[in-house]
Write a protein that binds this ligand. Sequence first.
Ligand SMILES: *Cc1c(COP(=O)(O)O)cnc(C)c1O
Length: 418
Amino acid sequence: MQISEKTRALAREAEIALAPIFADIDEISRAGTERVLDIFREERVSEGMFAASTGYGYGDSGRDTIDRIAAKIFGAEAGFMRPSIISGTHALTIGLFALLRPGDVMLSVTGAPYDTLREVIGMDGANGDGSLADFGVEYAGVEFTPEGKIDYPAIAAALDRYGERIKVVFLQRSKGYLARPTLTVAQIGEAAAFVKAHAKHNPYVVVDNCYGEFTELTEPTAVGADLIIGSLIKNPGGGMADIGGYLCGTARAVELAGNRLCCPGVGLDAGASLGQNRNILRGLFYAPHTTAQALKTAHLAAYMFEAGGFDVLPRAMERRSDIIQTVTLHNRERLCAFCRGIQSASPVDSHVTPEPWAMPGYADEVIMAAGAFVGGASIELSADAPLREPFTVFMQGGLTYESGRLGIMAAYEEVTKM
Ligand SMILES: *Cc1c(COP(=O)(O)O)cnc(C)c1O
């Protein structure tokens, strides 16, 4: 790769400065790996579980074991992790439709949910497409304070205003593609405790956990969330799962979610694994490690671009609760250069040049860099951005730190040689 000695030297300087943080990340990865292996042993993971079931999939012991393992890893009463869930949005849709009934209110307390949920919720009103709004579920949102904190007085007011109609209190852990803070597990625990103390009718606390898994020692289900939801082509798939998602939480919330995944009366007792059990188990085995690789890659990007004079979020030395890194590049050319660099260091499609395009559903043109083994997998090194001021790129992933590092150096080289 065409990377100058100057850029390589900056990466080495970054690694010296980041050494204590990398050591902490390794510690979290070691603890996560021990937790996963202890649970694998408890659940007697064995080769027979890799067998592909078909049709109804009755008696697929691998599938049932994975469900139990997922619950235990997340410190939840129950859960499921299935290849029949095609994406994070699909998993979130299952969870929301499982818990909400006509007349209920979904209260988001972390501002607007992830983009793709707008249509699921029907945030622009009922239009007959089958959103929650079509079924008479109302949406209410509480924004962060101007300082980026959870707005407890506003949450209390919303809880009082809607009372027992609030069935779901929704939190998004990761910043996603917004300029908002990522919540730590401890902050989610505080919010859950506040909601449970204030709303005596015990609404479900539901957490969009995408991009957060394995970045800390515990998950939101261990601190009071009733249901956490995520995608296997992000952190918990470890870069090994070809498809899938999970929902874990209290026994009742998971039972309802199972009925929605499949149908009432069948719930979680069926569903062919079609040969995906091995990838999912291997992914869980890798997940603490792979997440650590992505975290280190994000820290390196923050350090190098901060040194290069760009605004980055989070800052290089800041601790993280998700794997997303933003870099603000201030013009279209630098944004495209960044994405070219990332693409050129990808293991797949490295010869391709990413170009901005008018993606359906987005107001601005969008550019994306991704050369992944699994289509759209953002636990693999990837970057994307809308082409608008201030030209902020969102990057995440990196299956190995070594390759993530090359991608960041290549992006830095492309941006700074202009
Ligand atoms: C990725 C993501 C989603 C949606 O997942 P898809 O797999 O892209 O449908 C939802 N919420 C957050 C915070 C995400 O990062």
